[in-house]
Design a protein around this ligand. Structure first.
Ligand code: HAM
Length: 418
């Protein structure tokens, strides 16, 4: 009982400082690109997530019946909530919609490095644009973020493909619709599961061994020219990906991106470009994943609106930042420690603290009788810039003593001037 639930995290102030630092970088990269923040409840109706394609995420739902007999779930991802919100105001929202959020998401996963049962997931999405310009803008948000935390394109790569690659391969074999989505979900696991398991699952969908080997060979491609010769020059996938990579050039982010046909993604709803970022060393799980999902609202019973976006978890990126020595050493944020010498000067110390706080300083007031030695140690522990001492003679003359904790310099300052 005294332990937290397995796979969940406590954030002590030290952890919280780092989390806030990370989230602030998320906020600023989104704001720098003109995205606005939104939020939604962590509890949703279970049927928002019950999709039939056999996705892992649905099997990992934290779902239950509430006291009113309704089937509810803790959100495993933000995209369905966002779709619900957009759908509820369809027609009333100016397009394109460019929104972002940092929700906590819940999945009953096997816990491992970089994967927990809850995580915070930065979501950035564009609705109402069907061109690859929107996808390129998202990639720019990502490059901006990575740059802002000190990660370079030598540390990680954003691998890009399109669901249309597989759609065209399967289309040529006469496979479409639901089977297509289910095939994507299975193919996404190709590098995680043994070949015979994958083949058995695809076989159940009606795919012949020939079809499977065709899929395998196309998914092995990592250059667009080879893709063009496999799919033909007028392939929509090839044209779309060519345009997307050209835009990345214009943004100056080509070093960050690479074509890789094996990127399919494990969620059923993607319809176009899909991408995932991985550490170059290949040691960690995906840092971020996203793509275009033009038909999600339709599956929820509304009128489709094109959309694209990504989800970026807080856990894997922290692993990478730690590995690269990029996690900053952050101070508590306290600027001044105020100390009244002796209990008679406690009242004056409160006045001094009040004055500094009103002027916008972050002040930690020493509330108990303490020795000078303790006060110095305490100020150092807080990482404060100044120690403000209220002392008998100085106070009588309307002054306080201020010690600059960086330089060690002390000065007498009139209270009026604080
Ligand atoms: P996803 O690939 O399921 O996509 O998750 C996106 C990211 O969330 C992952 O790359 C990872 O960083 C993080 N993540 C997911 N599960 C866990 C976990 N159990 N522990 C730690 N981190 C995790 C989606 O959720 C899509 N809804 C993203 C999206 C938004 N697509 C379009 N818009």
């Amino acid at each position: 009982m005294a332990q937290g639930v397995r796979g969940t995290r406590d954030f002590y102030p030290d952890d919280m400082r780092v989390r806030n630092w990370l989230f602030e970088r998320f906020h600023s990269a989104a704001r720098a690109h003109g995205f606005e923040e939104y939020d939604a409840p962590v509890l949703e109706s279970e049927d928002l997530y019950t999709r039939k394609a056999g996705e892992e995420i649905v099997g990992q739902l934290y779902n239950f019946e509430d006291k009113g007999g309704r089937r509810v779930a803790l959100r495993p991802e933000m995209t369905p909530s966002l779709a619900r919100m957009v759908m509820a105001r369809a027609g009333a929202l100016a397009l394109p919609i460019k929104w972002y959020s940092i929700p906590q998401c819940w999945r009953y996963e096997r816990t491992q490095r970089g994967r927990g049962r809850e995580h915070y997931q930065w979501n950035v999405d564009v609705w109402g644009m069907d061109g690859v310009e929107a996808d390129a803008e998202l990639l720019s948000v990502l490059a901006h973020f990575f740059d802002s935390v000190g990660l370079g394109s030598e540390d990680l790569v954003i691998r890009i493909s399109s669901r249309k690659v597989l759609e065209e391969v399967l289309g040529s074999l006469g496979i479409e619709g639901d089977t297509f989505a289910q095939t994507c979900v299975i193919v996404d696991k190709m590098d995680k599961l043994p070949a015979d398991v994958i083949e058995a699952q695809l076989g159940e969908l009606g795919l012949s061994p020939d079809a499977i080997s065709k899929i395998r060979s196309v998914l092995g491609l990592t250059d667009l020219e080879a893709l063009a010769s496999a799919l033909g020059g007028d392939s929509e996938a090839v044209v779309e990906l060519g345009a997307l990579f050209a835009l990345c050039d214009s943004y100056g982010i080509s070093d960050w991106v690479a074509f890789d046909a094996s990127v399919v993604r494990g969620l059923a709803y993607y319809t176009g470009p899909v991408f995932e970022a991985h550490d170059r060393a290949g040691e960690l799980r995906a840092i971020v994943g996203g793509g275009r999902y033009d038909k999600l609202i339709g599956t929820l019973g509304g009128k489709d609106l094109p959309a694209t976006g990504f989800g970026f978890g807080d856990m894997v990126v922290m692993e990478l930042l730690a590995e690269k020595g990029l996690v900053p050493d952050l101070a508590s944020g306290v600027e001044d420690v105020v100390f009244g010498m002796g209990s008679e000067l406690r009242g004056p110390a409160m006045q001094v603290a009040g004055r500094l706080r009103s002027s916008g300083r972050s002040v930690d007031l020493v509330l108990e009788d303490k020795k000078m030695k303790w006060v110095f140690k305490h100020a150092e522990r807080c990482g404060a810039a100044r120690l403000v001492m209220v002392m008998p003679d100085e106070w009588a003359a309307g002054n306080v003593r201020i010690k600059n904790l960086d330089t060690g310099e002390e000065s007498t300052v009139p209270v009026e001037d604080l």
